[in-house]
Design a protein around this ligand. Structure first.
Ligand code: PLP
Length: 386
């Protein structure tokens, strides 16, 4: 039958019928272990009862009234976000790309400058501005000339960066772990140099935490592993546990640039999504939860190293917490397809990397199950186990 959907996504062969925790059950009854969390979104697993309850309560009150009304739940969500990030002010959008659009607009207005530095292999979204910020040709091919004010530099390359940043630079935008681009972790020295150069040149430092935020790396936000003080962070994916929401979080100094009428969104800060976000943050931003995430991240990393590290086709293992990439020499789509047929769903990142984004409350038993499937599959595909 002809599909009436634009074929923008090449889809898998599994149609979900229901999902709970770490499991997706397909329409044919087959059960899968989900190590994608809906691409870093369902960080508490599918349909977590605490989120369901919060959303259900809000559904009974009101669904949408518009941002012309004050809404105490939006205030509560903003407070939780700002305090967890060590920042002050929040603007709510509906997605990651929208959060980045808002951050780019905010940086341009606050500095009265337009040049923005970003990095090769970054991913910042698919809207016109966030696409231009993205450092991957495959995202931009065919769409004509990009906005001119973005400069792309090699990631973790100090000299190239210091040559480029100047007093015309409005902002530097980067991911702490490049997610879509291959699970590339930022070099701590590089980060320090960026922070210092931004200060000296009056440029804003924007950290895109859309994939790495909300506990994914074992801290509320990934930049917190580095004693860094960004001016702006952007958040989305895991914030709403599956309900669409994005956010820009910034310092109090930026308040004037986003005054009344300067920016907006009809659906931004939607009450249902906000209820989900508050419930998500209440669960994730606790010491106990984040400690457990860190423990599971270390366990997963160690198990990968111990069981897959010596396979001939495994080239590198990298990540922080529960965002982990396994770089292989073999064909990634082929490995992913074989894993699905055995009941494990994982993601690619770039062309050579298998990306693991399990729910943050994953158990050791589930990790062991995934490791065993990864091991046998990788051994098959890369042929020779040592
Ligand atoms: C997913 C992602 C985005 C885009 O988010 P959307 O909600 O798909 O618009 C931007 N930046 C990073 C780092 C992401 O992982």
């Amino acid at each position: 039958m002809m599909s009436h959907l634009f074929p923008t996504y090449s889809r898998w062969e599994i149609e979900p019928a229901s999902a709970k925790g770490t499991k997706i059950t397909a329409v044919d009854g087959k059960e899968y272990l989900d190590f994608t969390s809906g691409i870093g979104v369902c960080n508490l697993g599918h349909c977590h009862p605490h989120i369901e309850q919060a959303v259900t309560e809000q559904l009974k009150k009101f669904w949408h009234v518009s941002n012309l009304f004050p809404q105490s739940m939006q205030e509560k969500a903003a407070k939780l976000l700002a305090e967890a990030a060590g920042l002050d002010l929040v603007f709510f959008a509906n997605s990651g790309a929208e959060a980045n659009e808002a951050a780019l607009k905010l940086a341009r207005k606050a500095t009265s400058r337009s040049k923005i530095i970003s990095f090769n292999n970054s991913f910042h979204g698919r809207t016109f501005g966030s696409m231009a910020a993205t450092g991957q040709d495959k995202i931009k091919n065919g769409f004509g000339p990009m906005l001119e004010t973005f400069i792309h530099l090699p990631f973790n390359h100090v000299e190239a960066f210091l040559d480029e940043i100047d007093q015309d630079t409005a902002a530097v935008v980067l991911e702490i772990v490049q997610g879509e681009g291959g699970i590339n972790v930022v070099d701590p020295e590089f980060l320090k140099i960026i922070e210092k150069a931004c200060k000296e040149n009056g440029a804003l430092l924007i950290v895109d935490e859309i994939q790495t935020g909300i506990g994914r790396t074992g801290k509320p936000f990934a930049f917190q592993h580095y004693n860094l003080k960004p001016d702006i962070i952007t958040v989305a994916k895991g914030l709403g546990s599956g309900f669409p929401i994005g956010a820009v979080v910034g310092t109090a100094q930026l308040q004037e640039a986003f005054g009344p009428g300067s920016h907006g969104s009809t659906f931004g800060g939607n009450p249902i999504a906000i209820a989900a976000a508050v419930a998500t943050m209440e669960m994730v931003f606790t010491k106990q939860f984040l400690t457990e995430t860190t423990t599971m991240g270390q366990y997963l990393y160690n198990q990968i190293e111990a069981n897959l590290g010596k396979l001939e086709g495994v080239l590198d293992i990298r990540g922080i917490g529960l965002i982990i990439g396994i770089e292989i020499s073999g064909n990634v789509p082929e490995v992913l397809s074989r894993l699905r047929s055995k009941g494990l769903i994982v993601l690619p990142a770039g062309e050579k990397v298998i990306r693991l984004l399990p729910p943050l409350n994953i158990t050791k038993g589930e990790i062991d199950q995934a490791i065993s499937l990864l091991k046998s599959t990788l051994a098959d595909v890369t042929s020779a186990a040592v």
